[in-house]
Design a protein around this ligand. Structure first.
Ligand code: ADP
Ligand code: MG
Ligand code: MG
Length: 205
């Protein structure tokens, strides 16, 4: 059992920003193939703004850190993914509340609430080639393990991100391509993989 505190959630977001930044052009390529090519730019801008906000203020609990992140994602990422990531993070922050030290069970239920908010907002279900295809199985795996197992988190996020390649898109811009969307990894699934990879690396410390 590993507790998560304010410093760790800040590391999580900082790592996420670094990974998005170094893979910005790959995210652009993925979204260019079956969308409009702005996902790298959208995510790089949103995460850079979030890190700026986290560096400028002091936070007393993980929930407040992630609330600031949610607000920044909503206003700065843009596109379809801004409101999606924003509502997930808002719900995560609300579930964490003002607790200063987050135990595994609370963190896992917060991730589940975030995943539900994502599904409600985008109306996507599993298998429609969206970020849901990473979020849902990762959360389910953590619930099954009943712990924030960083190795399972990383492995599930990676394999589920790769598995979007053979799917046909049913939601988002890529859905307009129908069967021609098959053969490419979904951009939002890839950025979600980076999100959980960042969390796994933070927890592994
Ligand atoms: P836009 O499509 O508006 O240009 P982005 O390129 O930033 O927005 O984000 C695209 C990603 O958003 C997709 O790769 C997909 O993962 C995700 N996405 C799009 N629509 C939905 C939806 N309805 N539910 C869940 N995720 C979605
Ligand atoms: Mg796009
Ligand atoms: Mg766009």
């Amino acid at each position: 059992v590993k507790n998560v505190n304010t410093i760790e959630v800040k590391w999580w977001i900082k790592k996420f920003q670094e990974k998005i930044s170094s893979e910005k052009s790959y995210l652009t390529d993925l979204d260019q193939a079956i969308g409009d090519g702005d996902h790298g730019h959208n995510m790089a801008r949103g995460t850079a703004e979030a890190v700026k906000v986290l560096e400028a203020k002091t936070f007393t609990c993980p929930g407040n850190v992630l609330k600031a992140v949610a607000m920044t994602f909503i206003s700065k990422i843009g596109g379809a993914s801004g409101p999606l990531y924003g509502s997930a993070f808002l719900k995560i922050s609300q579930t964490l509340g003002i607790e200063e030290t987050i135990k595994d069970a609370l963190f896992i239920s917060a991730l589940r609430e975030g995943e539900k908010a994502l599904r409600q907002r985008g109306k996507a279900v599993l298998g429609e080639k969206t970020m849901i295809d990473v979020w849902s199985p990762v959360v389910a795996e953590l619930e099954k393990a009943n712990s924030l197992n960083h190795e399972k988190m990383r492995a599930t996020a990676e394999s589920c991100m790769k598995a979007t390649e053979i799917l046909e898109a049913k939601k988002g811009r890529a859905a307009y391509l129908g069967k021609r969307s098959v053969g490419h990894i979904d951009a939002g699934a890839y950025s979600s993989y980076l999100l959980f990879l960042s969390l796994a690396e933070t927890l592994a410390k």
